[in-house]
Every structure is written in C-alpha cells, then in structure tokens.
Ligand binder design. Structure first.
Ligand code: UDX
Length: 428
C-alpha cells in the first residue's frame, strides 16, 4: 500500500521503517529539512539500536523516501499522523502540530480526493480523533482512525514489528478493512473499538505501568525501614500470573517522554470532567520524590556533601537511549549540585545532552573513570557497561568505597564481601 507518515520522531520513524520492512511504499514527512537530508542518507536522527541498519536496507529496496512536502503523498491511501504532542504549560497535551498536520491533509485531500484513512498515532487526549473526524467530515472518502502506539524506546523496532496488540478505533468498516490490509503480516491481537476508547487505552496503559512502578518504589521505602528486600518481593509477586513480572522494578523513579507526560494529561482530562484520579496523583507524587528519597540514603552516610566527589553512572532515563527527558538523573544532578558536591558522570550516549544543562559537572568517557577519587558512586541508569564492572580495580580507585545502587543491578552480596558499603533501593 502507499503510506505517508507525518513526523519522523521516535514513533513516526519507527512506524515508517517497520511498514517499509513489511513491503509498503512509505513516504516519511518532516518539516525539518536537515532531518530529511540525513534520513535520505540512511542516518537516523534518533538513537535507537538497529534502526540505522534497517533504514539503510529499506532505502536500498526503495520502499521508503523522505520529504518535507506532504503534497508528494497524493497517492497515499493511509496517512499516519505521528507528530509530537508535548506537555503544554497547563499540563494538557499541546495539539499545535496535530492541527497543522490535519490542515495539510485537508489541503492534500482537496487536490487529490482518493479514498484514504488518516491514522492518528500521536498520543492525544480522548476526543481528539472524533474532533478531527468532524473537522474533516466535508472531505469525501476520508476516514479518521485512532491507532495508538505502545513502543518502548530502545526496542522500538521490535515493538513495531511484533506489537503486544494493535488497537484500532474507527467508525466505519471501510476504514477498519484498510487498516487490516495495512497491518497484514504483523501478527498481534487486534482490538477494534471506538476512537475514544482507543485513545484512552493508550493513556490508561501508561498510567497503569507508572502506577506499578510507584507502588514498588513505595514498597522499597518500606523495605528499607523493616529490612526486607524489594527485589525478592517483586520476584515473588510477579510469579502470580494475575500480577506478572514486568514493571515491578523499584528504582530512582520513571522518566522519559511518555509516563510523566501521559499521567499528567490523563489527570487533567479527568479533572476537566470533574473526576479526581487520586491514585494517579499519588503515583506522580511518589515518582517526583523518589530520586530525592534515594539521595537521602547517601546523606545518611555522608551528611555534608560539600566538596565531595560523587560519581554518577548512567544519565539517560533508561538504558539503550540517549533520551534524557524527565530523567531522574536530572533531579539527582540538581540536588547534588545544590549540596556543593563535585559531580563526575558517565553515560555511553547521553552525556552531551546533560552537559548542556549541567556544564559544571565532569563527564568521563569510560564508566571506570568516574570512580577515580570518588567519595561515593551512584548507579542511576542500568546500562550494561555501568553494571558489569571490574570491582577489584574500582576498590583501589575510590577514595571511600560507598555504593548506592539506584536500580538494584549491582551484585550486592559480592560487593559487601569485597569490602564496599552497598545500599540498594529497598534492599540493604
Ligand atoms: C513507555 C511504554 O512502555 C510504552 O509502551 C509507551 O509507548 C511509551 O512509554 P518508554 O518510555 O520507552 O515506554 O520506556 P519504558 O521501558 O516503559 O520505561 C519507562 C520508565 O520506567 C524508565 O525510566 C524505566 O527506567 C522505568 N521503569 C520501568 C522502572 O523504574 N521500573 C520498571 O520495572 C520498569
């Protein structure tokens, strides 16, 4: 099928590339010209494992092209809208880019009125799809579908090619059939519903996953007081098939472009309708305080951080991405800086972004180097290279062998036996 994808961020680019892999003729569209130039050369503007390689492959096969002009997509039967919906100042989703995309689609359709489906993949407030449909209702043969994505950064391609489910909200069988044709070859449970339900499924899924994390983070705080081990607790809980093992890892809190933004957007949506999602309020509160709670563990051992050399391992909001949006590392850096600590940090790919915000911290090019002369070391993001370390060498390098494991990923017992002071999240 001929497909156009508006927006070449995480969602758009991954969607475009995965559909090209499945044999569709895809046109990726973005307003940023230098992004398009790079993409045409097979260079992904985002850091996503494996994406560059697959992008080059589909470019060679001529299944994908990129342009700044939607007008080149006159023949497209399906147009995906994958533009950003950032958090506005009032906490609601900012739909400026979405409205601009709809306007362009309207113009394109008036020039080339073929039967086509507009698929809203961006995460949008409930009701946006219906609103778009009424706005475009004068365009004959144009259907609006809500089809949220559930991809995770770091495994975006895998999630797009083997999704946990495909949720399609539509109000016409014709549109539904076109969507089925487009996703033919991708095997996943198929949820057919209304546009509003599809939109809420996305928000509710992210909010629920965030809830699990905050629940475990609170249990970690309790574990820390009563001497239980939250890692073992989550393992024991996760074996119950009604609970399942995922998203039960306590840590320094969740970050990223989705959980923080989507939970506040859902709260605001509910408020506008007179409903208080009180559990979700608490989820956000726990998450906001979790990095600070983690730092309290350091303060207990070292009340005065002034002039102390504190090592941070991992800055991205999670491994395998250079994304630092809402990363817990930023809260930690800010608090440490205020305490007068000398910060030395390492991240395999995100340091440059963090350097812009915290130019006074020192950034190393290897994970080992952060330990040199350090009075304490904190694991913030569990990159493989920040976890698998030569601890005997590190023992010699550190000024004081204090380790604070914000992801419960370092080998606690072995480290204690080697003479380190070790403190995890909700485990002693
Ligand atoms: C998330 C959703 O998983 C995805 O379906 C949606 O489309 C976008 O938002 P992403 O933000 O890429 O994906 O990351 P994810 O892997 O979900 O992790 C989010 C945050 O939660 C990270 O900061 C991670 O470190 C944290 N996390 C995750 C925990 O603290 N504990 C866990 O058990 C799992």
């Amino acid at each position: 099928m001929k497909v156009a994808v508006i927006g070449t961020g995480y969602v758009g680019l991954t969607t475009a590339v995965s559909l090209a892999v499945k044999g569709h003729q895809v046109l990726g569209i973005d307003v940023v010209k230098h992004k398009i130039d790079r993409l045409m050369q097979g260079q992904s503007p985002i850091y996503e494992p494996g994406l560059d390689q697959v992008l080059k492959q589909v470019l060679e096969q001529e299944n994908i092209f990129f342009t700044t002009r939607l007008h080149e997509a006159k023949e497209a039967q399906v147009i995906f809208v994958c533009v950003g919906t950032p958090e506005a100042a009032n906490g609601e989703a900012d739909l400026t880019y979405l409205h601009a995309a709809l306007q362009e689609i309207e113009e394109l359709h008036s020039q080339a009125p073929v039967e086509r489906v507009v698929v809203i993949k961006s995460t949008v407030p409930v009701g946006t799809g219906d609103h778009a449909a009424s706005r475009l209702c004068h365009c004959a043969d144009l259907h609006v579908v809500s089809n949220p994505e559930f991809l995770r950064e770091g495994c975006a391609l895998e999630d797009a090619l083997q999704p946990s489910r495909i949720v399609v909200g539509a109000d016409s069988q014709k549109a539904m059939n076109i969507m089925k044709e487009m996703y033919k070859g991708i095997s996943a449970p198929w949820v057919e519903t209304t546009r509003a339900n599809a939109e809420l499924i996305k928000y509710a899924s992210n909010a629920f996953l965030a809830t699990r994390i905050s629940f475990m983070n609170e249990l970690a705080r309790l574990s820390s007081e009563i001497g239980t081990d939250v890692s073992t607790i989550s393992q024991g809980m996760g074996l119950d098939s009604r609970i399942g093992p995922q998203f039960l890892r306590a840590g320094v809190g969740y970050g990223g472009s989705c959980f923080p933004k989507d939970t506040i957007a859902l709260l605001n949506l509910a408020k506008r309708h007179g409903v208080n999602l009180s559990i979700l309020e608490k989820v956000r509160e726990v998450n906001a305080t979790q990095p600070l709670w983690f730092l309290e563990q350091l303060h207990k051992q070292m009340p005065d951080l002034y002039g102390k050399r504190i090592a941070l391992l991992g800055l991205a909001f999670k491994p395998d991405t250079d994304d630092i949006r809402e990363a817990p590392s930023l809260t930690i850096l800010d608090a440490l800086q205020r305490s007068g600590a000398l910060i030395v940090a390492y991240d395999p790919v995100a340091s440059n972004h963090v350097k812009e915000l915290f130019p006074d911290a020192e950034y190393t090019s290897t994970p080992e180097a952060v330990f040199q002369g350090a009075h304490a070391a904190l694991l913030v993001t569990e990159w493989k290279e920040c976890v698998e370390l030569d601890w005997a060498k590190i023992m010699e390098m550190m000024e004081v062998p204090l380790l604070f494991d914000g992801r419960n990923a370092w080998p606690a017992r072995a480290l204690e036996e080697a003479g380190f002071f070790y403190k995890g999240v909700g485990r002693s």
